[in-house]
Design a binder for this molecule. Structure first.
Ligand code: NDP
Ligand SMILES: O=C(O)C1=N[C@H](C(=O)O)C[C@H](O)C1
Length: 273
């Protein structure tokens, strides 16, 4: 390919959608070729640069996802589980790399993404930052090194508008800790404690979610015994860290075969890579 890969952003008017468009427009490696918004959205037919309060960039927001995807080499999608399921089928039809940052999927929705990944590259991660993906590996290592005398708790902090809990990142960290311990997260997860819960069960992995103000995203993995504590912590300072990771994934996917991948693949952090 002698041209920079063309990118379509879905959920273009959203918090991540706007950040993604800014980062794609600033990038020397990719170009913005489309922006998809919900049918009936006030941005339909408007130049997205102007819609974001700036100057025109020559890309008009559309509610026709398939038409937009057919002109693109990659679709970057931070929307909702229902929208992402629709976009997965359309991205596969257009043979575009589908980078999925959306979180809050039910297990059956994750399973429903699989058919699309047989036809095109799909990269999905609850967090696209380098730091969190490193932390995932560290959480696994620490969990493997410390026995069940250490209770594991994942604590996450996000802005007041976040709609899903635990965060996608918290679940990635919990999965990694469970893997390090050699257990199934579903068998040991404590989610949503309230009321007379009884004492904490040995070996369980707890989750707690704080929602307040404009917090971009912070995650702690706490390992606590009776006599000491280890805390692994990541703080996202601004949303561009997620957007830059997603662009990296879109570029990485250009020469890969169809399949389901994650950011550990993109960043070369998979054990044995
Ligand atoms: N993996 C990662 O690194 C990160 C993941 N995220 C995740 O990304 C997702 C989005 O977050 P955020 O940007 O804060 O949320 P927003 O609510 O700000 O944005 C979501 C956007 O998706 C749009 N949308 C929903 N359905 C459709 C549809 N069918 N067609 C077109 N557009 C649609 C919404 O439009 P409307 O308002 O009209 O409904 C909205 O503009 C969340 O799941 C979040 O957890 C966030 C940051 C980092
Ligand atoms: O909704 C958000 O904002 C974020 N969502 C992701 C998650 O659910 O982990 C990633 C990041 O923490 C911001």
């Amino acid at each position: 390919m002698n041209e920079k890969p063309g990118i379509v952003i879905t959920g273009a008017a959203g918090r991540m959608g706007q950040m993604l468009m800014r980062c794609v427009l600033e990038s020397d490696a990719v170009r913005l070729v489309g922006a998809v918004v919900r049918p009936g959205h006030p941005w339909v037919g408007r130049d997205v640069g102007e819609a974001m309060g700036g100057t025109a960039v020559g890309v008009v927001a559309s509610d026709d996802a398939l038409e937009a995807f057919s002109k693109a080499q990659a679709v970057i999608d931070f929307t909702t589980p229902a929208a992402t399921l629709e976009f997965a089928a359309l991205a596969a039809q257009a043979r575009a790399v589908h980078v999925i940052g959306t979180t809050g999927f039910a297990p059956e929705e994750i399973a429903a993404l699989e058919p699309a990944s047989r036809h095109a590259v799909m990269v999905r991660a609850g967090n696209m930052s380098l730091g969190v993906n490193l932390l995932v590996q560290l959480a696994k290592q620490v969990a493997a090194a410390l026995d069940e005398d250490f209770d594991i708790e994942v604590v996450e902090y996000h802005h007041r508008r976040k709609v899903d809990a635990p965060s996608g990142t918290a679940l990635m960290l919990g999965e990694a800790a469970a893997e390090g311990r050699g257990v199934e997260l579903a068998q040991v997860a404590d989610r949503g404690r309230d009321g007379i819960t009884g004492a904490r069960e040995r070996g369980h992995i707890g989750f707690a979610a704080v929602r307040a103000g404009g917090i971009v995203g912070e995650h702690d993995v706490l390992f606590a015994s009776e006599s000491e504590r280890v805390i692994l912590r990541h703080v996202a300072e601004d949303r561009s860290v997620f957007a830059r990771g997603a662009i990296k994934a879109a570029l990485w996917g250009q020469d890969k075969g169809p399949g389901a991948y994650d950011m550990l693949d993109v960043l070369g952090l998979k054990p044995g890579a």
